[in-house]
Design a binder for this molecule. Structure first.
Ligand SMILES: [Zn+2]
Length: 449
């Protein structure tokens, strides 16, 4: 076992051979997870770019062999299934409905003419590149039915004995829980692509394991992962990915596992199956994308005061208005104008011992005042140049027991583990997820024999 922040390490496991076949595991979602559903927005923390395998790893181009599953889409009108085929086309830049219909194999001037003069079909003349159109078309090229996802709504065109009707329906989102596995050949994103996972899921995966795996340097060919995640469907069609509920990552023979647990009405987090928090109590940086303009030092030449002074904080250069995140869960101790040079300042208190300071802000988050509780990653204000500042930047300080510390050097404590009180609920939620992760991996191993 490795010490520290929520890492489960087992003996290295070797994986050889090719993956093949398909697996579809559909979980019966537990009620607690069901409640987590659609409305929750994930506070993504890490900055994710292209995660390739380390350059010293030998790679040879190989055909990707996705291990998984596509759910068969239910034909929306089974009675007519014998009369035509469903086809799908991705909208290209500059596409017209006529061009799309031609690519779909429809030669139906009558339908096109009808759509052109129907007000409710107007969205079909402002097609958004990247979206898809699905249509059921007869062997003779006659359009029977067409689906276009227009924002959250589904626009349908249907032919019946009475002619062609156009309607727009609000989404009826249905949550499904899916499981997929993949092996890294070149990069995390190509592996997840090959397995049919969206970038949103790959990004969450990288974020969840980012404290244990450096996705820029540590990935190796042969690393593998399994992920259990939510997918929202509307009338059988996948619309968008939801949250990762559980995942495992085998990196250079080490196994890491994480499960999502919702600990109150609104909030949740990722834990190891034995209840340790995967997250650190503090984010390394209060800005998502930033450049350090001035580091922590006991002596630097101050650009405005024109003298040598200690700089006991970090300056992050960022455009005016960039959102500043609370680096840890805490309570607002001060939010207002400071007259010592910080300008608009927010001070957060965390677990009595720690405090974080955010200076030179152009504005404060709405409703933020002394006593407000903030969660890690929540916006507290926006970057500005108030107080003693030559240009827009964030001045960030990290205090332990009232003493300035270098936030880039200090060893960050882990966020609190699952409390004794929540442990029974946690174990009840986590057990089936871990079972499924194990099941998926053993299925893999069996297939690799
Ligand atoms: Zn500064």
């Amino acid at each position: 076992m490795q010490q520290g922040n929520g890492v489960i390490v087992t003996a290295p496991t070797k994986f050889v051979g090719r993956e093949s076949g398909r697996i579809l595991v559909r979980l019966i979602a537990r009620s607690r997870l069901c409640r987590a559903a659609a409305a929750l927005v994930l506070p993504f923390i890490g900055v994710v770019t292209a995660f390739g395998i380390a350059p010293d790893t030998v790679t040879e181009p190989r055909t990707q062999t996705p291990v998984v599953l596509e759910l068969a889409l239910p034909a929306s009108n089974p009675g007519r299934a014998s009369e035509g085929y469903w086809r799908e086309e991705r909208i290209q830049r500059g596409d017209t409905l006529a061009a799309l219909m031609a690519r779909l194999g429809a030669h139906d001037a009558g339908a096109l003419q009808h759509l052109r003069t129907t007000r409710s079909a107007r969205a079909l003349y402002q097609l958004v590149p990247g979206r898809t159109i699905r249509a059921q078309i007869t062997a003779e090229g006659r359009l029977l039915e067409l689906h276009y996802r227009n924002g959250g709504n589904l626009l349908t065109v249907e032919r019946s004995d009475d002619g062609i009707s156009v309607a727009e329906h609000p989404a009826e989102l249905e949550r499904r829980v899916l499981m997929k596995s993949a092996e890294i050949r070149t990069s995390l994103f190509s592996a997840s692509d090959a397995a049919g996972l969206s970038d949103a899921i790959a990004t969450q995966l990288a974020d969840i394991f980012s404290t244990d795996i450096d996705f820029h340097r540590d990935l190796r060919r042969g690393d593998r992962f399994s992920v259990i995640y939510e997918m929202f469907h509307d009338r059988g069609e996948p619309v968008r990915a939801g949250r990762v509920l559980a995942a495992e990552f085998i990196n250079i023979g080490r196994l890491y596992r994480a499960v999502y647990f919702q600990y109150d009405e609104k909030r949740g987090g990722y834990y190891t199956p034995d209840g340790r928090n995967i997250r650190k109590a503090f984010l390394r940086s209060p800005l998502e994308y930033s450049r350090i303009a001035s580091g922590f030092t006991y002596s630097r030449f101050h650009p405005i005061l024109g003298q040598w002074r200690a700089h006991r904080g970090i300056d992050y250069a960022a455009p005016h208005g960039t959102r500043v995140r609370a680096t840890g869960d805490g309570v607002v101790e001060f939010a207002g104008r400071d007259h010592r040079g910080y300008g608009n300042l927010v001070v957060l208190r965390h677990q009595s011992k720690y405090a974080t300071w955010y200076g030179h802000l152009s504005g404060f988050a709405k409703g933020l005042r002394k006593g407000t509780r903030v969660a890690q990653g929540e916006t507290v204000g926006t970057v500005g140049a108030t107080g003693l500042a030559t240009g827009p930047h964030l001045h960030y300080e990290f205090h332990i027991n009232g003493v300035h510390q270098n936030p880039l050097r200090v060893v960050m404590p882990a966020a609190p583990p699952i409390s004794a009180e929540l442990k029974p609920a946690f174990e009840a939620d986590v057990a089936p997820l871990v079972q499924h992760l194990k099941l998926l991996r053993s299925t893999h191993l069996a297939r690799l024999d």
